[in-house]
Design a protein around this ligand. Structure first.
Ligand code: RTP
Ligand code: MG
Length: 137
């Protein structure tokens, strides 16, 4: 079933010059298409809505500061089973636990600076796509 998902290449990925490397992994998956892509530093309101589920957690404020520290690349990717598929490609939240071959496993070490965000369900994807690409149908 075709789905769509929101991906963010977080500020660490942009600062480290990994945009092309990571985008290539998504482009190489047969049947997936990038349908929106933008480089931008999200404003605080956007980040608050995006990470509303984590308000009050000890990592929330450092996470917000990190996400506001520079531009991210926001992408919409469409395709078969893309929601779970992108999360599998990203690997587990903590890069130390992530296998080689995953984005976090290959490039990450710090849990906060784990390179990518990917929507965790089709419902989250629709909410997050509206938030980052309000003009997109
Ligand atoms: P994301 O939402 O960014 O795709 O990542 P995720 O689902 O794998 O992880 P989630 O639990 O939603 O956490 C959101 C982001 O918060 C940072 N984090 N830091 N213990 C910590 O310091 C900690 N735990 C989470 C990470 O940047 C994580 O991706
Ligand atoms: Mg999450």
């Amino acid at each position: 079933m075709s789905q769509r998902t929101l991906v963010l290449l977080k500020p660490d990925a942009v600062r480290r010059g990994l945009i092309g490397t990571i985008v290539t992994r998504f482009e190489q998956k047969a049947g997936w298409t990038i349908t929106a892509l933008e480089l931008r530093t999200p404003d605080r309101g956007t980040l608050e809505q995006h990470y509303a589920e984590h308000v009050g957690r000890p990592f929330y404020e450092p996470l917000m500061d990190f996400m506001a520290s520079g531009p991210s690349v926001a992408l919409v990717i469409e395709g078969e089973r893309v929601v779970a598929g992108v999360r599998e490609l990203a690997g587990p939240t903590d890069p130390i636990a992530a296998a080689p071959g995953t984005i976090r496993g290959d490039f990450g070490t710090i849990v906060r600076e784990n390179l990518v965000h990917a929507s965790d369900s089709e419902e989250s994807a629709e909410r997050e796509i509206k938030l980052f690409f309000p003009g997109l149908a």
